[in-house]
Every structure is written in C-alpha cells, then in structure tokens.
Design a protein around this ligand. Structure first.
Ligand SMILES: [Zn+2]
Length: 406
C-alpha cells in the first residue's frame, strides 16, 4: 500500500499532460491521484485508489469535473505599484502604446510608483495578484523585476519576489529584468554599465533567470548582447523579450545564447524561428499584450513547422496585459491566432514548465511531480479556452493541499 496525506478522486477527465500516442493530454477517465509531502505518489483509475493507497489526510471529490495540472505562467511582471488605467482609456481612443512611452508616462510612470512603495506595500500588492493567479488555476509563475531600474530598487523588487514565494502558495521563479527600459533621467551607457557591473553580480544569488528587452524603445541588440552575455557567464539562465513591436535581433540573440525562452516573437522571421528551435529555446507567446496593443499574429505556422515549443503566458503587467488569467490568454490564443485547445493547454503547462527548467515537476501530473492541480468546471480539458473571460476553476490544489483564498 502507498501512504498518502492527500487524495483527489472522481476526476471525470484527469489530464496528466504525459502524452500517449492516442492522446497528447494523456488523460485518465474517472481518474484519481494521491500525494504525500506535496508530491504525487500515485495516479491512476479511481476504482484502484482504495485498494492501492492508504490515506491519512484530506480527500477531495472532483465529482466528475475535469482535473488538469496547475497552470504554469512563464512570463509575468507582478512587482509594481500604481495604475495606468487612464493610459488604457487613451489607447482605446487611438493613442498608440509607443506614443505613451515618453516623459513620465508608460513604464517610467510605473517605475516612479514602484520606487515610492516600500517592500511591504509591494508585497501586499503582489500577494493580491498571487491570490488571483491561484484562483484562476495558476500554481507556478515566473516573476520579473524591471520597475526598480537601479541597484537599490531592483534589489527591493527581488526581495518582494522572495517574500511572495515565502508568504503565498504560489511557486515563484525569480527573473532579474534590469534591462527592461532605460530609467528616466539616466545616461543610457551609464545605466547599461550599472546593470552589467553592479546589478548582475549582486543579484546572482537571488535570481534564476536574467531577461532583457531587445526593442528600439528599450535596448539595442549590442546592449542586450552585452547584458545577457555577462549574465550567462555569471550562471544566469536567459530569457529575452524579442521582436514584439518590430523586427529585430532579439530572437537571434536568444538562439545564440541558448536562452530558455524567447518571448512575444510577433515579428520573428522563419529563419529566426528555425534557429530558436535548433537551440531548444521555448517561444513564450503573450496573447494578452498582443490583444490590447493590436499586435500582428505571431508566425504560428512557421513555429509549428520548425517544431518550436510554444508556451502561453499572461504577461501580467500594468501597461499592456493587466490579467492574471491564463485561461483567458489561452482563449485569446485560440480565437485570435488559431492555436488549438490542445496546443494552448500544452503551452500553459508542459512547455511553460520546460522554459522554467521545471520539466516533470510542474505542468504535468505523474509520480514525483508536485501535487499541483486544478479542478475545472468543463466537459473536457480542451473545453477550458471555450469559456472566455469567466473563471471556471472550482478548486486549486497547490503542493498537495487545497488552496483557500486569503
Ligand atoms: Zn514582459
């Protein structure tokens, strides 16, 4: 008998996301799983649960609803203060995102508000976001800094991410994004030097990943190569905001450095996509930001052809995608871009986990994985994106225990 301290039974369809030849979602009909110490110790047919598992702990009855792995969000900016709702209203009336990135508007405005907030205020804001992630079925996020933009305030943002991981049930993977934009009133050369010489070495113990935004409005290809090249030498794994608003070298740099992810990619060329696939980089697509900025459709066919792994992320941020909902991002990727429900589900689980170097631990359900799963009121896992903009999550289980909103 297998000892467990948590079990879930009667999952009408339990999507393990461990592909089989007959089913990419590896589903078990009327499935069950058991966990011990936060890890899955048994998974199989419900009818075998009682004969194979001794349970000393909570039993959750899914009552025929769908169960999927806890969703994995591979691109979020959860550490910020302030609101840009008025800029949203302006954009709806025709002002472009680009036009808002000057003076004290856009990212610069969020930087000022974030600098003015202390660790506890920022952690409180981020924890409220964590609750919304968990309520919408996400149990793991990648969390970027990038609204501090100097040594002290980026350190503060990393401390907020550390406290977020400690105080909430969300798994939080920290990314240093000092190269988000040049902060207002600072010489850009001096800023890039500060990122390379001061921040990167200082933050290495705190961040798993280093990210940079390669875009005309942010950093040049030469600057991004310098920052991420040094980050790689120091042992960071690499992510790149690449070819979001215009064509550029971001995808090339991601491929050259063997980045874990290249994100956005609306303007990536077929040869860049082939290079990313060859490098084993994951394409992290952000349908929410694409939707609100009226961006072009990313080259999905070229990605499929190159067998480039595609992840789907919320890109939670105050400027272009103020949403913690991965199911909404999945709906948008299906409706706006013609991705299939199976593709977006794989994108918000297995491929997102791969981009975070958490293969087999999150984004799938199997013996040894974290017991992170979500009970969803849907007739099948593929039906999740069919429910647009409403939360169909009934329960979220994180680390082998039911999560309750706080
Ligand atoms: Zn981003």
């Amino acid at each position: 008998m297998i000892r467990a301290d948590f079990a879930l039974r009667h999952a009408g369809q339990l999507a393990t996301m461990m592909p089989r030849p007959d089913d990419p979602l590896g589903r078990i009909k009327d499935g069950a799983l058991a966990a011990h110490g936060g890890r899955v110790v048994w998974i199989g047919d419900d009818r075998d649960l009682e004969s194979q598992v001794t349970l000393d702990g909570d039993l959750l009855d899914a009552a025929g609803a769908c169960v999927i792995p806890g969703l994995v969000d591979a691109h979020t900016h959860p550490v910020f203060a302030g609101s840009r709702a008025d800029e949203f209203a302006e954009r709806v009336s025709g002002v472009t995102y680009h036009a808002q990135q000057s003076g004290e508007r856009g990212i610069a405005r969020t930087v000022r508000a974030t600098r003015e907030a202390d660790v506890s205020a920022l952690t409180e804001l981020a924890a409220a976001r964590a609750n919304r992630f968990l309520a919408n079925g996400t149990t793991t996020i990648e969390a970027k800094t990038g609204y501090g933009l100097d040594l002290d305030h980026e350190a503060k943002s990393l401390e907020v991410i550390r406290q977020l991981a400690e105080q909430t049930r969300l798994r939080v993977i920290p990314t240093f994004l000092g190269a988000h934009t040049v902060p207002p009133g600072v010489d850009r050369r001096a800023y890039v030097r500060s990122v390379i010489d001061e921040m990167l070495p200082a933050f290495r113990p705190w961040a798993v990943f280093c990210d940079a935004w390669c875009e005309a409005s942010a950093f040049t290809a030469a600057e991004v190569r310098a920052v991420l090249g040094r980050a790689k030498e120091l042992g960071y794994a690499i992510r790149v905001h690449a070819a979001q608003l215009a064509p550029g070298e971001g995808p090339d740099i991601a491929a050259e450095l063997g980045a874990s992810s290249a994100d956005h990619l609306e303007f990536a060329t077929p040869s860049q996509i082939a290079a990313l696939a060859k490098a084993g980089t994951v394409a992290v697509l952000c349908p929410g930001a694409n939707f609100t900025t009226h961006g072009p459709r990313p080259p999905i066919e070229a990605m499929r052809e190159a067998k480039l792994a595609i992840a789907i992320a919320s890109d939670l941020n105050p400027g272009t995608s103020n949403s913690e909902s991965l199911p909404l991002a999945m709906s948008l990727a299906c409706v706006q871009w013609g991705m299939t429900p199976a593709e977006v589900l794989t994108g918000a689980t297995v491929h997102a986990a791969h981009s975070l170097k958490l293969d087999g631990l999150v984004g799938c359900l199997r013996r040894g994985s974290y017991a992170d799963c979500v009970v969803v009121d849907a007739e099948s896992p593929e039906a999740i994106p069919y429910y647009v903009g409403v939360n169909r999550v009934l329960q979220t289980v994180a680390g082998g225990a039911l999560w309750e909103p706080s």
